[in-house]
Design a protein. Structure first.
Length: 118
């Protein structure tokens, strides 16, 4: 499917805006299992989007988390605690949504990162 957006975009200045990432791998397969597995895949996708700019999860300063089921919040928090170990952690906004693009998606995350100094 042709994408009419950028997976990540470097702003004029040090900010990188990462489009909402969903729990699909590079082959388009949706992460199987529970919300925690999907959050892990989404974070891996964010890392992949940041890599061309020399950034990684340590450089993320803001995330918006979209959950289909608020009951998945403990799984989201668990994976974030495992993967976002740097301090300070990113600012965040959580939104419960009635649906995402694909009914198999439980989570979508977009991010803003600061490009590391050269």
């Amino acid at each position: 499917m042709a994408k009419n957006y950028s997976p990540a975009r470097l702003a004029e200045g040090p900010l990188i805006f990462v489009s909402g990432q969903v729990p699909e791998d590079a082959d388009g397969s949706v992460a199987e299992g529970d919300a925690a597995a999907q959050v892990r895949q989404v974070l891996a996708n964010i890392e992949s989007a940041l890599a061309p700019y020399g950034a990684d999860l340590r450089h993320v300063v803001k995330c918006t988390y979209y959950l289909r089921h608020i009951a998945d919040l403990p799984a989201l928090r668990q994976v974030l605690a495992e993967r976002l170990v740097h301090h300070p952690r990113p600012a965040g906004t959580l939104v419960e949504v009635s649906g995402l693009l694909d009914s198999r998606y439980l989570v979508e995350i977009d991010a803003v990162a600061v490009r590391p100094a050269p």
